[in-house]
Write a protein that binds this ligand. Structure first.
Ligand code: FE2
Length: 182
């Protein structure tokens, strides 16, 4: 179907971004590596280093790559990201909530950011004290298609709302880096 939906008068093909893959697409780049300077609070992120560690320095100290906290830890319940796909007919937004009970968002104890790693790249959202411990990410281009490997999605009752394959990271100012893949 062709639809004229812009002011320039050009006709563009209308394509749906409902799930079209049942096999996991490849990631263009490896997962990022996060670094944090405990002195000044700066974050550094490296990409395209195949998960390896890079010698980075800040405030006269060599930084170590951050390792996500252990998901078996007693604190995991309050820190692990959970994902909800939403965004209307095409389901092209992804909301990440932190904690099965909402993580605190006070000045002293809060999340500073949530990062979502996708097939094409990644996105940061930054949070302020008093915000909800969650962020919503728009999915576009190939990230909007993604894939689903659930058998129900091959049947006639599929609602096309379970896009999978993303990884979320979050940073708690007291309890460090947390990660969960969906
Ligand atoms: Fe925390």
């Amino acid at each position: 179907m062709l639809i004229n939906n812009n002011l320039s008068g050009r006709t563009q093909p209308k394509t749906s971004t409902r799930i079209k893959n049942s096999t996991k697409p490849s990631f263009i780049q490896g997962e990022p590596t996060f670094y944090h300077c405990p002195r000044c609070g700066q974050f550094l992120v490296t990409i395209n280093n195949n998960g390896g560690e890079t010698q980075l320095r800040c405030c006269d100290e060599t930084l170590s790559a951050l390792t996500p906290q252990n998901t078996d830890d007693a604190l995991a319940e309050d820190h692990l990201p959970q994902m909800t796909i939403s965004g209307g007919f095409e389901s092209n937004t992804l909301t990440v909530n932190i904690g099965t009970t909402p993580h605190p968002m006070t000045d002293d104890h809060r999340l500073l950011w949530i990062y979502v790693y996708t097939f094409q790249g990644g996105q940061f959202k930054f949070l302020r004290p008093g915000d909800l411990p969650e962020a919503t990410f728009a999915l576009a281009e190939n990230d909007a298609y993604v894939y689903c490997d659930r058998p129900v999605c091959k049947g006639s009752r599929c609602k096309f709302n379970c896009k999978r394959g993303f990884t979320a990271y979050s940073w708690c100012n007291q309890h460090g880096l947390w990660k969960h893949s969906f």
